[in-house]
Design a protein around this ligand. Structure first.
Ligand code: NAP
Length: 296
């Protein structure tokens, strides 16, 4: 729960949903829990990452996950593959990791090189180790209302809503973007939290008319500053999952034009420091959960 005096606001009045501070708090608690777990069981929760290809964003992301694991006392291993590696080579290592009792979570960094069939590789991942929650089995379990790890970015957004005590039940949530890692699972999680959900995508007609009806707007399209204040209902909660590089600009840029949106919204995530840090926190949390569940 956030204490009112600690809540930062934009000059326009919107609450800034501080993912960086929230993630830090989750990871601080996790570090304590992991340390106690290791002392009691002798098991170090461990995450293995398969990183194939030379995508600089993926390399940066995996490196920051390694650092975050180390800080939380979680073990991490990275299995790098050249972009010329074959799918069979990746699948062989995945099979070893699936059966390695010292590995509790496995992350297959998206995107795999174009030469590989990503869903086919993901479908071989042991669902009990799918801490990124994006394998077909985990997605199916989510849809069926069964226990499963949830995709980390959507799970991070839901955790932010929960910690800021933002009501979801009965609200109209509009999710723009329908990717397997982001838009689709986010829509299901909101639905499970009893929101009325509309999913939009690149073929949606009159998008602004729909986004202006959203009590909760999730921007997940990968287009810098696409959503401005005119597309947002006054008082809406805006979650910006976008991370975009724009030439000539420092750092990452979200899918939402923060300045104009923050003058209309009641709460909004900044970029950076909003949704991004929550993704890593959820990955670590899931790895710890997988380690706990691995004990017979
Ligand atoms: P993606 O796989 O490229 O999917 C983009 C989605 O947006 C697609 O469903 C696409 O529609 C839709 N879209 C594209 N342009 C649109 C438009 N003009 N109007 C409406 N819908 C549009 O991207 P993603 O992997 O979901 O990532 C989305 C963004 O989130 C990116 O900026 C990415 O960097 C960021 N991201 C952040 C994190 C994090 O940790 N914070 C994690 C993952 C991704 P169609 O399906 O019709 O093509």
């Amino acid at each position: 729960m956030q204490i009112e005096s600690e809540i930062a606001r934009h000059p326009g009045g919107a609450v800034i949903l501080d993912g960086a501070a929230t993630s830090k708090e989750i990871r601080r608690q996790l570090k304590e829990d992991v340390s106690r777990f290791i002392a009691e069981t002798g098991i170090r929760p461990t995450l293995a990452a398969i990183l194939a290809g030379d995508n600089p964003a993926s390399q940066k992301y995996v490196a920051s996950k390694e650092k975050a694991c180390a800080r939380a006392g979680i073990g991490s291993r990275t299995y790098p593959f050249l972009s010329t590696a074959s799918q069979a080579e990746v699948e062989d290592v995945l099979a070893e990791l699936n059966s390695d009792p010292l590995v509790h979570g496995i992350l297959i960094q998206h995107p795999l090189p174009k030469s590989m069939d990503e869903p086919a590789v993901l479908s071989q991942l042991d669902p009990n180790k799918d801490v990124d929650g994006i394998s077909p089995v985990s997605m199916g379990r989510l849809l069926a209302g069964m226990d499963a790890f949830h995709a980390c970015t959507p799970a991070g957004m839901m955790e932010l809503l929960r910690r800021y005590e933002i009501p979801v039940a009965g609200k109209h949530a509009v999710v723009v973007g329908r990717s397997v890692i982001l838009g689709k699972p986010m829509a299901i999680l909101l639905l499970d939290a009893n929101a009325t959900v509309t999913i939009c995508h690149s073929r949606t007609k009159n998008l602004a008319e729909i986004t202006r009806q959203a009590d909760i707007l999730v921007a997940a399209i990968g287009k810098p500053e696409f959503f401005n204040g005119d597309m947002i209902k006054p008082g809406a909660v805006v979650l910006d999952a976008g991370y975009n590089r724009v030439e000539g600009r420092e750092g990452d840029v979200g899918d939402v034009d923060f300045e104009s949106a923050a003058r209309v919204a009641s709460a909004i995530t900044p970029v950076p420091g909003g949704v991004g840090p929550m993704t890593i926190a959820m990955l670590l949390k899931n790895t710890f959960t997988a380690a706990k569940k691995s004990i017979p």
